[in-house]
Design a protein. Structure first.
Length: 435
């Protein structure tokens, strides 16, 4: 038998680290090739790591909730020895990048991909997830912990308890478990989070403070927003429009059995307006001192999730019908909130829409996603007195906020796109004049 060390692979996003969310195996477990052994969170998505080998888990080298550098060892396996085999998983990281960057939404008839990450080999033919070996703790003794190479210890706690501790910012290594055989249970974690016995309090923390590590999506979002705010000269323009007819159109389409939404309608209007003002679908390339204009609109849709703000995109949104756009938006939002987006879905957008109206906000100054020329914010729809056909009437009113990179877009071009979108929403039939 040979001991084999598995290192965190390059997940194909150009990132240098990931957070280990949860282990799906324990020391002593027998694993099969491609069995999911852990969940890791990158700046963009939660990714399941399959086992690169078939064998027995010897030791877990990373604690759930910890940040692990790419290339750092995370688990050791015992496998059957083979001629020429090394003790480490040393397959090229580039293979991982190519495989993981593939879009998960490939058509069913597309060729089956055999590998999913570095050195993982062919998929399991049965199609079933291998059964985990049942864990037993009878011989481990009270509150026994297994040391790891980093000098820390892996506390005895079930994955759901580890996840709760991570969410509450509680260090499991500081707790004394009150469960059977010293197991840390939910009550131990919640008591620690509330400041009871066993709570881990940072030396610099003051009474009444709650400290949360800056990781994952929040960390990446903060870095991107700072980069954008201090790189691209932002300008924001506002337009308040009567969207009564748009809402009536959405209702008619829904009653006719076609999936529709106001966000879908705004998305379609944006794509049509960009065709008339293509400078809003471009980026500034400092490395080549060029302006790059995109042929199609990869429309980013901002989605608020428990992990933070995510912006998956719809490729070639300008070539999709209104029902197709509405369906794609719903699918992206659902996948984002479930943490099931592929990394490729979270990069490559060329223009973004954010719906701040769902939070009851009328208007704002959205910050550009790095590498994009514009972002449109939809405000809340409110029933207000408004001039309509020469008379005062109660109408459905919404404010649009457009931020753009003034290096790429002049004020006139920004105003043109904004008024085009406004015209389409005020009177959807005006789209016939823009074709």
């Amino acid at each position: 038998m040979t001991a084999r060390e598995f290192r965190l692979p390059d997940l194909g996003e150009g990132l240098t680290e990931s957070e280990l969310v949860e282990w799906h195996v324990a020391p002593g477990d027998i694993v099969t090739l491609n069995q999911t052994i852990a969940d890791v969170e990158t700046a963009k998505a939660i990714v399941q790591l399959p086992s690169p080998v078939a064998g027995r888990v010897i030791e877990l080298l990373a604690e759930p909730g910890s940040t692990v550098a790419v290339g750092a060892p995370i688990v050791r396996f015992e496998v059957e020895g083979a001629a020429g085999e090394t003790s480490r998983d040393s397959a090229p990281a580039a293979e991982a990048a190519d495989e993981l960057a593939a879009d998960r939404s490939e058509p069913a008839e597309a060729p089956v991909r055999n590998a999913v990450l570095v050195g993982y080999g062919p998929s399991v033919e049965s199609g079933r997830r291998p059964q985990r070996k049942q864990r037993t703790f009878a011989n481990r003794g009270p509150a026994k912990q297994r040391p790891v190479s980093s000098g820390h210890a892996i506390a005895l706690a079930a994955p759901p308890v580890r996840k709760l501790a991570h969410e509450l910012g509680v260090d499991l290594a500081t707790l004394q478990g009150t469960g059977e055989n010293g197991m840390i249970v939910r009550a131990d974690v919640t008591r620690a989070a509330e400041g009871g016995t066993g709570a881990a309090v940072a030396d610099s923390a003051r009474a009444g403070e709650v400290r949360t590590p800056i990781r994952g999506v929040r960390k990446a979002t903060a870095a991107a927003m700072v980069q954008s705010a201090f790189t691209a000269p932002h300008v924001t323009e506002f337009l308040t429009v009567d969207v009564t007819r748009s809402l009536q159109l959405v209702q008619r389409l829904t009653e006719a059995g076609q999936r529709s939404s106001l966000l879908g309608l705004v998305s379609k209007a944006v794509c049509m307006a960009i065709a008339r003002t293509p400078s809003l679908n471009s980026r500034w390339d400092d490395t080549t001192n060029e302006i790059v204009q995109f042929e199609s609109v990869n429309l980013g849709i901002a989605v608020a999730t428990e992990r933070g703000l995510m912006v998956p995109h719809i490729p070639a949104a300008d070539r999709r019908t209104l029902p197709e756009l509405t369906e794609a938006i719903a699918e992206l939002a659902s996948a984002a909130r479930a943490g099931e987006l592929a990394p490729s879905q979270l990069s490559g957008s060329t223009f973004t829409i954010t719906n701040i109206g769902v939070f009851g906000v009328d208007a704002g100054t959205p910050i550009l996603n790095p590498g994009e020329a514009g972002i449109l914010a939809m405000g809340a729809v409110r029933r207000r007195p408004w001039e309509h056909e020469g008379e005062l009437a109660l109408r459905e009113i919404m404010t649009l906020s457009l931020s753009f990179d003034h290096r790429l877009v002049d004020g006139e071009q920004g105003a043109r796109l904004l008024t085009d979108v406004g015209a389409l929403l005020s009177d959807p039939a005006s789209a016939l004049a823009m074709v």
